[in-house]
Write a protein that binds this ligand. Structure first.
Ligand SMILES: [Zn+2]
Length: 408
């Protein structure tokens, strides 16, 4: 949750504490993390995260409005999602404000968010629902998550990140249960007046960071001060700090339990600072968030959500063995790889992405031919990951590049 003032925070953190807290498991060989019987009826195509994979999370935004002001524009929603993605990819312009002392632990989380293209019934959608509500002001009691109570029912939480944008009572900017709770109330609730990036919003919560913060909770992150005086957030590389920081601060800010002269990491997205002061997640926070998507993690099912797929091609492919559909050669290689589909139909329009083992994207290419040539000249020898994807599903192939010699 995020609030305007600290005093109020203490009051409302009690409410957050009443939410079931999920486990942040990092179990790469674990078994099913599914919580609902419902998901077990869907075809079994569970998979683990891949090193360096950029995870794509389908999003549905429920706009609940009582006044026209609250019925925020599509553009504002798109700007907010783009801002969220910049923060999670560390492509936000203000990374330059991360103090040098913390820069080496600042992370590109490699998680991105996209408005859903398919609703729970398989129909095309913009990922935005607009609904008039008689409720002038919602309390943080989840009523906005139920159509019968003046809100809008959640979409299947195993496939979508639900975001309810509405008018919330008091100084609360947003609140989010931790992973592992009731799927019907799973998701982010956010005050409409802080939803967006710029978009004529007034400061200091006008840069979309409330959503960045709340999604951090949705992915299991605690507040950086561990919600108690000099508490622990369970993350190794976030320094201990006395309590929440609010407003604007200047580095270094020392508090009662600072570990060293660098003091508080008040620019972390999981503090309460003004939007303009926030600019980083740490590598430890990245690991914790990504672990949610691993096998056994509470967000694992999102990896194979079909919500971003409208053309049905992927469903057809799920019944086939990908290796029969796509051929990759030569591998190992020296200077190039050919990706060849069994037919153009099988692969047309999909994206090829080449990553190195650190997860750095080297090239991205849309397939428009049965055969696509990928130039690997000039790349150092070693292992590479080639991802064939169409948002809804992806297949990763390993490519070995040898520095010299014959390519077969
Ligand atoms: Zn919070």
């Amino acid at each position: 949750m995020r609030l305007i003032f600290t005093l109020f925070a203490i009051l409302l953190c009690g409410i957050a504490g009443a939410q079931p807290f999920g486990q942040s498991q990092n179990n790469w060989n674990g078994i099913s993390g599914d919580r609902t019987g419902q998901h077990q009826n869907t075809p079994a195509h569970k998979r683990d995260t891949l090193p360096g994979e950029v995870i794509v999370v389908p999003v549905v935004v429920h706009v609940l409005y009582n006044t026209s002001d609250q019925n925020i524009s599509d553009q504002r929603i798109i700007d907010q999602i783009n801002s969220l993605n910049r923060d999670y990819r560390r492509r936000n312009a203000d990374t330059v404000n991360t103090p040098a002392a913390f820069r080496d632990r600042a992370a590109d989380v490699q998680i991105v968010f996209a408005l859903a293209q398919r609703d729970p019934h398989g129909n095309k959608t913009t990922g935005i629902i607009r609904k008039y509500t008689k409720t002038k002001m919602f309390m943080p009691d989840d009523e906005m998550k139920f159509s019968a109570k003046g809100g809008d029912d959640a979409w299947d939480a195993t496939k979508y990140l639900n975001i309810w944008v509405c008018n919330i009572f008091g100084r609360l900017l947003g609140y989010t249960p931790m992973p592992g709770g009731d799927p019907k109330t799973d998701g982010v609730v956010i005050q409409y007046s802080v939803f967006g990036h710029g978009n004529g919003l007034s400061g200091p919560f006008n840069l979309g960071r409330t959503l960045t913060h709340e999604v951090g909770h949705w992915l299991g992150l605690k507040h950086i001060w561990g919600d108690s005086e000099c508490g622990d957030d369970g993350i190794d590389d976030t320094p201990r700090q006395q309590s929440a920081n609010t407003g604007h601060n200047v580095f270094p800010k020392i508090s009662a339990c600072s570990e060293d002269a660098n003091g508080d990491m008040f620019m972390n997205f999981m503090d309460f600072s003004d939007d303009a002061d926030m600019n980083m997640f740490t590598i430890g926070q990245k690991k914790a968030m990504r672990a949610q998507f691993a096998l056994g993690g509470d967000r694992n099912s999102l990896l194979v959500s079909d919500a971003l797929n409208i053309n049905g091609i992927e469903e057809a492919l799920q019944d086939k063995d990908w290796e029969e559909v796509v051929r990759l050669y030569p591998n190992p290689t020296v200077d190039y790889v050919i990706v060849e589909g069994r037919s153009l139909n099988d692969i047309n329009g999909k994206y090829l992405k080449l990553y190195d083992m650190q997860g750095k994207l080297i090239l991205s290419k849309r397939i428009q031919d049965e055969r696509t040539r990928i130039d690997m000249n000039g790349l150092p020898g070693g292992l590479y990951m080639l991802s064939l994807e169409d948002m809804g599903e992806r297949k990763m192939f390993k490519i070995v590049k040898t520095a010299s010699g014959f390519s077969h």
